[in-house]
Design a protein around this ligand. Structure first.
Ligand SMILES: [Zn+2]
Length: 209
């Protein structure tokens, strides 16, 4: 006999779901089903629509992907797994688009500030639990989910990778160079950031999978 355990999501995306991000926001709006159905008819790059016989949810997208307005009706069944998947993927795609604008821009700013220059910046999914990496060619890759973390953490991840422009290892010289960039002890800063990170990591893993 086979026992199948249906995996429950770690988070439910519903009007109580919030992100505390400096670069990406979303808001929830309740609307009349008739209005919603009309909105759903409008074909536009700036909206995504979820529709069944009884359900209708419309996501309004900003051209710069900085926010998502989610419009739903009173009868919306947020415990429906298909709707959950749709909402998660819609949010994930928007976070990814936004990250591709925000992260390279911030990295270039920090490069100018520290007069330390690398090669390409790539925003993409990375294997395992890493947030960034730096190649032998000084190409930096960063995960899109970074943008839903506090700015201090984003900067600390970027500076860590930038320090690899000079030191391709994690030996003592790497940490002292990174300390110079950060203006504080890099190992202690990392411990503090890991605590902050643990608050966001499950949410990132869930949204970005
Ligand atoms: Zn490293």
């Amino acid at each position: 006999m086979e026992h199948q355990i249906k995996k429950e999501p770690q988070f439910w995306i519903n009007p109580n779901f919030r992100l505390n991000s400096p670069h990406f926001h979303f808001a929830w709006f309740k609307a009349d089903m008739t209005v919603l159905r009309q909105e759903a008819m409008i074909m536009s790059m700036e909206r995504k629509v979820y529709q069944t016989n009884t359900q209708c949810v419309v996501c309004m997208i900003k051209p710069d992907h900085s926010s998502l307005d989610i419009v739903y009706a009173d009868n919306t069944k947020f415990d429906n797994l298909r709707l959950q998947k749709w909402l998660r993927e819609t949010i994930r795609d928007e976070i990814t688009q936004r990250a591709k604008i925000v992260l390279p821009c911030r990295l270039r700013e920090l490069e100018k500030k520290h007069k330390l220059f690398g090669n390409r910046v790539l925003v993409k999914k990375l294997r395992g639990n890493i947030m960034g990496c730096c190649s032998v060619y000084n190409d930096i890759s960063l995960i899109p989910g970074l943008i839903i973390m506090p700015q201090a953490l984003i900067d600390s991840v970027i500076l860590h990778e930038m320090a690899h422009y000079k030191h391709k290892h994690h030996r003592k010289s790497f940490w002292s160079f990174l300390s110079q960039l950060l203006g504080e002890d890099a190992k202690m800063q990392k411990e503090a950031m890991d605590i902050v990170l643990s608050k966001y990591w499950l949410q990132i893993k869930f949204l970005m999978k």
